[in-house]
Design a binder for this molecule. Sequence first.
Ligand SMILES: NC(=O)c1ccc[n+]([C@@H]2O[C@H](COP(=O)([O-])OP(=O)(O)OC[C@H]3O[C@@H](n4cnc5c(N)ncnc54)[C@H](OP(=O)(O)O)[C@@H]3O)[C@@H](O)[C@H]2O)c1
Length: 232
Amino acid sequence: MTTDTKPIIVTGATSGIGLALISILKANGYAPILTGRNKSKVEKLSSQHGVAGYVLDVSNQQSIEKVNTQITADHGPIWGLINNAGIWLEGEFATYSPADIKSTINTNMMGTIMMTHAVLPAMLNAGKGSIINVVSTGALYTRKLISVYSASKWAIRGFTGCLEVECAPKGVRVMGFYPGKVASAMYETAGIDRDLNIAMTPDQAANMIVTMLNDEGMLWSHVSGRSIADYV
Ligand SMILES: NC(=O)c1ccc[n+]([C@@H]2O[C@H](COP(=O)([O-])OP(=O)(O)OC[C@H]3O[C@@H](n4cnc5c(N)ncnc54)[C@H](OP(=O)(O)O)[C@@H]3O)[C@@H](O)[C@H]2O)c1
């Protein structure tokens, strides 16, 4: 058991926004817990950043239950959760494979919902805690070629809004961050070529999330933003 007062689990922390969050949370006095699906990345990055690391696949319910039990045993009650893990899927809906559809929904939607389900009861019990869901501007409007990614994020927009009003009177903040394009590996991992010179940096996104976390007297709803270069 550590003496950390504000342990925060970050999902998908081996890249992009999640990895940027690890340094920025640490610099702000939090005790970030780095989690990710890839064992070697988790081991290397947690040791590089001097933080606790756990292999956690948010699309797998057994992994969620086992790892959250272990994290609580190691760190005590969890103060925060950043549901950040996510994958991109782009193209005409009719061309998607059933496996790609399921994996996008299981990661982006079920991963966020089931991680929240695993940590929320202890937060409600303690009467404090903060959960931030990294959503997307893709949940604020509709456009072609992102039907399933969009479905996964619109679901989380609804989930976040409902939990916000359900949990705030009990002292637990549930908030959504809705970034526009971020210069991360997300598109490349999905095999999509995208101009990321017009995107915000992962650090800019992570700084916004930490700003939302810092003021415990505030509940920031639907915080969104895009790089000014993205308005061309
Ligand atoms: N990039 C954008 O333009 C953009 C815009 C709006 C919202 N977002 C959202 O921002 C979040 C972070 O994305 P990013 O841009 O930082 O992309 P990223 O660099 O690709 O990072 C995504 C992270 O999620 C992890 N991940 C994927 N599937 C996972 C699973 N099943 N279990 C655990 N971890 C998993 C990845 O692990 P690996 O390292 O193993 O791949 C990686 O660490 C996502 O929810 C995304 O939808 C991104």
